[in-house]
Design a protein. Structure first.
Length: 357
């Protein structure tokens, strides 16, 4: 049964079908040739006549060498200098988030349909020329800056693999702090109705629903592309009970005082922020990254909608840029929130602010 998607009147057109549980169409997860499904390779695969033999180990070595530029340290103060993709006010390039060897293993494991442990155990196994060519092509695209999550179609978040594709923001490790904070704040509640605003891949809201029994609510997303991916992730991971709504986070089609929790990782980068990595601007969706008024416009909108939709005692948990903590606290205070607290990510930077109404 397809996962339900509710369209909010006045928003985007209703010709976006929901995805079938457990499946994604080629246009959703494989918009480019390098992301096509490939047959699995067995330990007895042999190269064709005339081609030099290629083993798992030798192919990994070659790909690691091709990706060596990904390990170059970022300049001090840049988005990547904290070791986190979102170390500055906005996401930096994912290139420095992993080692070339790890990137090579991720891409080869994807091509072979195996996991990384299999690669290490079967290092001397032969790789077919077709698989070697496919992996080499993906490595070339990765070396040119294309995110590995778009090449493989998935990104791990809170211990689960979430489908992503171009047009959908790639989940970042620091966003897990939103989930952790929400779980801590609501641990005394047996039943919780939440809304994830600007859900994207659905990683925040789906993770909350799977980590805590009794969590119900909705994932709100405006983008048709992200909406399809969000619905597919909810169905595949077992969060079918969440309602997926196509709507703008600034105008939620939800009754007043109907929620106990609002979570959001809205666009919060200033449009003129020169620190955003060029590859992020090139590959990731602009609408999921940038906001007006120095990046605060949609954070302010989330706070205003949370004030209206949260029942007394409810919580809002927001991700924001490392330089926006004070501004977000002021916005919350102006709307009558209290117990306002900002938490730092693993890089020691202000990243998540929560408050109660």
């Amino acid at each position: 049964m397809a996962h339900p998607i509710r369209q909010h009147p006045g928003q985007l057109s209703g010709n976006t079908p929901a995805s079938t549980p457990g499946t994604l169409t080629a246009s959703q997860t494989a918009p480019q040739a390098g992301h096509q499904a490939v047959p699995q390779a067995g330990p007895k695969a042999a190269p064709q006549a005339g081609n030099p033999p290629v083993t798992v180990q030798s192919l990994l070595a070659a790909c690691t060498k091709a990706l060596k530029g990904l390990a170059d340290p970022a300049p001090a103060g840049s988005p990547d200098s904290s070791g986190s993709p979102g170390g500055h006010d906005g996401p930096g390039t994912l290139a420095c988030a992993a080692s070339p060897r790890l990137e090579a293993e991720i891409l080869l494991a994807h091509v072979l349909g195996k996991d990384r442990i299999w690669l290490r155990i079967h290092g001397r196994d032969m790789v077919s020329p077709e698989h070697a060519e496919a992996c080499t092509a993906l490595c070339a695209r990765r070396a040119a800056g294309e995110p590995s999550a778009y090449l493989t179609g998935t990104r791990e978040f809170f211990g689960r693999d979430f489908a992503v594709c171009p047009g959908v923001l790639i989940p970042r490790p620091e966003t897990e702090l939103v989930v952790e904070t929400a779980l801590e704040l609501t641990q005394e509640r047996h039943r919780l109705r939440m809304a994830d605003l600007g859900a994207g891949s659905g990683c925040i809201g789906i993770s909350l629903a799977l980590e805590r029994r009794g969590v119900t609510g909705c994932l709100v997303e405006k983008s048709p592309v992200a909406l399809r991916i969000c619905a597919a992730n909810a169905a595949r991971l077992g969060a079918e009970h969440l309602l997926i709504i196509q709507a703008d986070m600034r105008h939620l089609p939800l009754p007043a005082r109907s929620l106990n929790l609002v979570v959001a990782n809205p666009p919060y980068i200033a449009r003129d922020d020169a620190m955003v990595a060029p590859m992020v601007r090139k590959y990731e969706p602009e609408g999921a990254l940038f906001a007006d008024h120095a990046g605060l416009a949609l954070l302010e909108a989330c706070i205003a909608e949370a004030k209206r939709t949260l029942a007394p005692g409810g919580w809002i948990v927001l991700e924001h840029g490392c330089s926006q903590g004070e501004a977000v606290r002021n916005l919350l205070q102006a709307q009558g929130f209290y117990k306002i607290t900002t938490k730092r990510d693993l890089g020691g930077l202000d990243r998540v602010t929560h408050a109660s109404i």
